[in-house]
Design a protein. Structure first.
Length: 267
């Protein structure tokens, strides 16, 4: 991982879209700093599309799509995208699974959640689970004392044993049924809502993240960036970002945004 200061200025001037994780990428210690929000606004004001790509739930994503300075949001690790059309006053929602499939999956996840809580002491269902459409979030450090790595790995194994997919973020283990991830829904969103072919445009897109569930994005985008706390997971990740900020969390995101913006305004 190269320091963000070495991000090529010529490449920064060609960027058309910034994709970003939320927790511990835009946020710091569970809070969204004003500087992070302002950086989103500045990026969009510079003509870039801005799209959060998060493990957070549908309920949160509805609010983000409506009120944040973004072009849409991909939520629950790729289960859907939401895009608000302010002219039509309409929320556009696209899910990978049908409503019936999501209902059936929720029943299976409910039973699996009870098993995880019984077999992994200290784990808890995430406080935001009530607002989720497609996945089950197990809290491993947000509102509970941090679980040891062995316990986190056991949660992943329990999901996988039942035929599910599990991804570890900086705060949760998210599990679901269905073959999708952040990258798969990003491909759909960019094609349907921004008119971009992901394979052709990937060198003009920056993804910012911080944890193992961002690995598919880090591995795909040649100019992916991490905030400094991505180093906490470096040994357990299948792919790492090409560039890394010197600062953690929201301050790191601001550092990345400023590098992109300064190169564009220096022309």
């Amino acid at each position: 991982m190269k320091p963000i200061a070495s991000f090529p200025a010529e490449t920064a001037r060609r960027i058309v879209c910034v994709l970003t994780d939320i927790d511990d990428t835009l946020t710091t210690d569970g809070q969204l700093p004003a500087a992070s929000y302002a950086a989103l606004e500045k990026l969009r004001g510079a003509g870039l599309a801005v799209v959060p790509v998060t493990g957070r739930p549908a309920g949160w994503c509805d609010m983000i799509a409506r009120f944040w300075p973004v072009d849409g949001v991909i939520g629950e690790n790729g289960a859907f995208y939401f895009r608000h059309d302010p002219v039509a006053k309409k929320m556009i929602r696209k899910f990978i699974a049908t409503e019936d499939e999501r209902a059936a999956n929720r029943r299976k996840l409910l039973a699996l959640g009870a098993r995880i809580l019984s077999e992994v002491p200290g784990a808890a269902i995430s406080a935001d689970q009530l607002y989720r459409e497609a996945d089950l979030a197990i809290d491993v450090c947000e509102d509970v004392p941090p679980l040891p790595r062995a316990a986190v790995n056991k949660i992943v194994c329990l999901f996988e044993r039942e035929g599910g997919i599990a991804k570890v973020s900086s705060i949760h283990v998210n599990g679901w049924f269905g073959r999708y991830d952040k990258l798969a829904m990003t491909r759909i969103f960019l094609r349907e809502r921004l008119g971009l072919d992901l394979d052709e445009a990937k060198e003009r897109i920056v993804f910012c993240g911080d944890s193992p569930n961002d690995a598919p994005m880090f591995g795909f985008f040649p100019y992916a960036c991490g905030v400094a706390n991505v180093r906490d997971f470096e040994s357990s990740m299948t792919a790492t970002p090409a560039f890394v900020a010197s600062k953690r969390g929201g301050e790191g995101f601001v550092e990345i945004a400023e590098r992109i913006l300064s190169a564009r305004t220096s022309v």
